[in-house]
Design a protein around this ligand. Sequence first.
Ligand SMILES: NC(=O)c1ccc[n+]([C@@H]2O[C@H](COP(=O)([O-])OP(=O)(O)OC[C@H]3O[C@@H](n4cnc5c(N)ncnc54)[C@H](OP(=O)(O)O)[C@@H]3O)[C@@H](O)[C@H]2O)c1
Length: 200
Amino acid sequence: MKKTFGIIGSGNIGQTVAHHLLKAGFSVVLSNSHGPESMKGIIKSLGAGAKAGSVEDAAKADIVLLSLPWSEVSSLSGVTDWSNKIVIDATNHFITYSPDFQVADLKGKSSSQVVAEHLPGARIVKAFNTLYFKILAEDPKQGGGRRVLFISGDDTSSETEVSDVIKELGFAVIDLGDLAHGSKLQQAKGSVATLNLIQL
Ligand SMILES: NC(=O)c1ccc[n+]([C@@H]2O[C@H](COP(=O)([O-])OP(=O)(O)OC[C@H]3O[C@@H](n4cnc5c(N)ncnc54)[C@H](OP(=O)(O)O)[C@@H]3O)[C@@H](O)[C@H]2O)c1
């Protein structure tokens, strides 16, 4: 049986990734801070395989996607036992969007290292954070090639699992290395942030 993804944050990125996962036959549990009732319309529009749940329900799924605002990541520390859980970090560490895009001061760490500190024991894989959601939503198979998604992480088995899922969704994967270095290239204002590549 295919795995279930728990999606924490069901806005632009959460729904976009949910759509790709559902198309590939995975199940998703979507959550937000306002509770399952507030997501009825979203669940209806996503269709079969999508359910609404609490943040705790989503955190218990086989694989968890973080697609909530940076400012809210610290609220997740106690919602479950994160030990060994595969957590895909799609967040970007923006603290303002207007009038300009400002990022949090991470004191030399990568944003996913900071996420890892909030989710003790989780196996973090950074992915789905580099593309504007409307580009991510498009068919990944383009011009005879596949749109590239970057990943990075410190744990080989979780990186392999996430990479296999992303390939199943139709994307190509480029692994940039560990959270200390690779994810810095990937995160907001990093070298490959917003880069929209097609691998032929
Ligand atoms: N937009 C993009 O193109 C894009 C691209 C790459 C990465 N990202 C990153 O992805 C993350 C989400 O961005 P977005 O554009 O999808 O934002 P969004 O459309 O505003 O959605 C954010 C979602 O998070 C939920 N949320 C807020 N606080 C929460 C909490 N404490 N617990 C659980 N859910 C919570 C919101 O619902 P409630 O307010 O109802 O709780 C909403 O469903 C951000 O970190 C962003 O930097 C965005």
